[in-house]
Design a protein around this ligand. Structure first.
Ligand code: IMP
Length: 197
């Protein structure tokens, strides 16, 4: 394994996903913690691309190796895509309690019958600090559930139903989720790029 890549997250779930996908094609996946650096730039971009680039650039400046950073969010169609970029911050308004945040989204939606929702993920690959960033994106479409279902996954998963899988995501294993999720799809695209590079 001779190629190194650093992922801009200390989230163990994400690390596992990246590791499982990138190890088989010869990449050694490192985290900021492995390199004893900390990078928490302000995510003040106007969209997922800008935020993923902000995170990738900040880390690249510290580690001088190729980096990947992702940014994702949960969008409810009947709320014009809210919370989207603010998914994490919206949950923070409820002390990071996603049970409360999901119920609050339902309350905002009220009688609106449009319960369509999706997760979106953008992965930015930055091979050098001054390189052109490359973006790999994926969507995971479904519907917002009126109440919490299951305890698998994280964030808004227990309020999300996938028609494609005919399954509430709070009841899905990581393995099933990764095959069809927004991050899984974006990661597949990144993998194809890295494998043929
Ligand atoms: P991040 O940019 O990947 O950290 O995602 C931002 C926020 O979007 C998270 O804190 C969650 O609130 C939400 N989110 C992103 N991906 C998922 C997912 O796969 N399941 C549930 N919530 C997610």
């Amino acid at each position: 394994m001779n190629k190194e890549i650093v992922i801009a997250t200390n989230n163990r779930g994400k690390q596992k996903e990246y590791l499982e996908m990138l190890n088989p094609i010869g990449y050694m996946v490192l985290t900021p913690r492995d390199l004893c650096v900390e990078s928490n730039p302000e995510e003040n971009g106007k969209n997922y691309r800008e935020n993923s680039y902000i995170k990738a650039l900040a880390l690249s400046k510290l580690v001088h190796r190729p980096v990947i950073a992702d940014d994702s969010g949960f969008e409810v169609e009947g709320l014009d895509g809210f919370p989207g970029l603010y998914s994490s911050r919206f949950a923070d308004e409820y002390g990071g309690d996603y049970h409360k945040a999901g119920l609050a989204l339902n309350e905002k939606l009220g009688d609106n019958p449009n319960r369509n929702a999706k997760f979106h993920c953008c992965i930015c690959l930055l091979e050098k600090e001054d390189a052109k960033p490359l973006y790999f994106e994926g969507d995971f479409k479904g519907t917002l559930l009126p109440s919490w279902s299951g305890d698998h996954g994280f964030g808004y998963d227990p309020f999300f139903h996938s028609e494609e899988l005919n399954l509430d995501m709070g009841l899905a294993s990581d393995e099933i989720k990764n095959k069809v999720s927004h991050r899984g799809k974006a990661l597949q695209k990144l993998l194809v790029y890295l494998a043929i590079k």
